[in-house]
Design a protein around this ligand. Sequence first.
Ligand code: TEU
Ligand code: CA
Length: 561
Amino acid sequence: MNQKNWWKESVVYQIYPRSFNDTNGDGIGDINGITEKLDYLKELGIDVIWLSPVYQSPNDDNGYDISDYCSIMDEFGSMEDWDNLLDEVHNRGMKLIMDLVVNHTSDEHEWFVQSRSSTDNPYRDYYIWRKGKDGQEPNNWESAFSGSAWQYDELTGEYYLHLFSKKQPDLNWENPKLRQDIYRMMKWWLNKGVDGFRMDVINFISKNPDLPDAPNPDNKKYVGGGQYYMNGPRIHEFLHEMNREVLSHYDVMTVGEMPGVDVEEAKKYTDPSREELQMVFQFEHMDLDSGPNGKWDLKELDLRDLKQSITKWQNGLHGTGWNSLYLNNHDQPRIVSRFGDDEKYRVTSAKMLATFLHMLQGTPYIYQGEEIGMTNVKFESINDYQDIEILNMYQEQVIDGNENHAEIMQAIYAKGRDNARTPFQWDDSENAGFTDAEPWMKVNQNFKEINAKQAVEDENSVYHYYRKLIQLRKNHPIIVYGNYQLILPNDQKIFAYLRNYQSEKLLVVTNFSDDHVNFDLPEDIAFTANELLISNYEIQNETDDQSFTLSPYEARVYKGV
Ligand code: TEU
Ligand code: CA
């Protein structure tokens, strides 16, 4: 692996620790549970582990509300457990990146306890406080977790901003003292040996200083104010400062989670000459099955939209920045249920989706359970759900509002974040081998058929297919460094593209439907296959590599010239 570009040539595995593996019988995943499974990840071919937050937290948003950046959440274990995990990751030649959540803290963080105590406390300006307007909140922004983005605080008679939950007050990045405290904390973790950071909503940290009302044509109680806090006026200045003061002194991998970022902005964030970040997580392809009213407003995916979006990002960042590649994470429903078919064609469609993603240009991210084809879940009762985003939306829409329970449950089944947070399914024993106790969240009851033990033992499993895809990336530089060319842009079932690198070509053909479809290589595309690298069906001695029939959810990758 090319040392300088190790992060371009790596495959990353995201662990949501609460749901990964419980070793002390409290029903909650823990750090020692991760250490216990490192050989499973090494076997899969993983290079880098992205660990979702394990810091001290009251778990209002499952660790994304941090009360102490430099200590480990009691439920997850001790700092010694974490030190041991890092050693064991490094002993296996893997790397570990941590989740940096610095747009906000928990309201139980000492900084906020001080800040809210009085208007002249030295930490007052670490957060965003404003007086109300006409007895209302300072502006009409909506929180991502329903309701106002402002919380009134009796003691000092002012409001504080929280783009997420009431217990996640936004930090004031205009304050240089705050920024220096953040950089000090980052260096503390980097000096412990951490190999980089995934940065939570990092493009939210620079707000429009006027914090203006957002346009509200439908006269709603609160409206999204993203245009005033996404990619804000000083964001590049702050990230460049962070790079200069911290990141540039270490050999690290950085990926910024950026809801609302577009390709033009992403070029700036990931252009190495600007010394900001290496990659971003963008959301365009994750918003294609949402209607105008947001994620809960369900819409059928049109494959042409996905092709257009992926093509824009592949070509937009090629040669300037670098793409991150993902279809799953702890905030998204499981892709085999979302864009595939998790009943009749679960294994086949999971392999097809993985082929589509892993043959693209960029660094692929695998979310825990994706590699064994774990699916979405359907809990009967809303009381089985844990996610604050789901529960606040249900409260607002059904309990306080007039929306229909069954309809809202359908939206939760399709898009709820808890789809990705059911305990990892290790084997077919009780609680899928995740815990010996009552799990913090119910296990998906399909664990008897869908679990890692079965997958490792079955050479035709999704797991072994992922291992082959990851191995291909290591053996064929064209996959990492080649350029990308979409073909058949208007086909509504086939997503096919070419990769070119030096004198080599890859032809990737995937069928996103459960129909048999004919693939005909367009005349203007010069390609002669000389090797079938991977496919999710047994290909009978195919004679014609220019036109063939694809079975439901079939994927093929040919190497040629
Ligand atoms: O997510 C940011 C974010 O925008 C998500 O809330 C996403 O838009 C939404 O969940 C889609 O349903 C990050 C973390 O990944 C998420 O887990 C946290 O809840 C959030 O920030 C606040 O820290
Ligand atoms: Ca535990």
